[in-house]
Design a protein around this ligand. Structure first.
Ligand code: THU
Length: 160
């Protein structure tokens, strides 16, 4: 028997204002994008903004549905928009923020499991790691160098 271990490393910024200018701007786009949410059921509005390899920034938000599983997270809205608008351009960095009617938006939230799977496929397609910036409207920021590290033991194309 061999015991193995996987580690997730990430950087914590005490406040968004400490971020390099380009990252702060992207995070601000994600925060602004929360107003694009359609979230009449959860009242939890997630905004995501992607910096593409072609320098463009696109943003989107979660879109819910009366049939709950038909809703789409902000992250996957942005992945779909990136492919629709700039087919074959990879994503370098994805910033994610949120607003909630239930709680203060003062700590980072991380992408859900389905979004981690979708991010992994997108980065595999373009052979480009996707860096994540996670933060609320205020408070600390988590920087994760490669979204794929959030999904160890993933099921992927090479398994088929
Ligand atoms: N949501 C996202 O948009 N991204 C995530 O990574 C987590 C959850 C949305 C889905 C749903 O509309 C609401 O947040 C509450 O789960």
């Amino acid at each position: 028997m061999v015991k193995k271990e996987l580690n997730v490393s990430y950087q914590v910024w005490a406040t968004a204002t400490e971020l390099p200018k380009e990252d702060l701007e992207l995070l601000e786009e994600a925060r602004k994008a929360t107003v694009k949410a359609y979230a009449p059921y959860s009242h939890f509005r997630v905004g995501a903004a992607a910096l593409l390899a072609n320098g463009k920034i696109i943003s989107g938000a979660n879109q819910e549905n009366a049939s709950f599983p038909a809703g789409t997270c902000a992250e996957r809205v942005v992945l779909a928009a990136a492919s629709a608008m700039y087919n074959s351009t990879s994503i370098l960095t994805l910033a994610i923020s949120y607003e909630s009617d239930q709680r203060k938006s003062d700590s980072p939230v991380a992408p859900c499991g389905i979004c981690r799977q979708a991010l992994l496929e997108f980065s595999t397609q373009f052979n480009q790691p996707i860096r994540l910036l996670l933060a609320g409207m205020e408070g600390m920021v988590y920087e994760i160098g490669d979204a794929a590290t959030l999904l160890p033991f993933s099921f992927k194309a090479t398994d088929l």
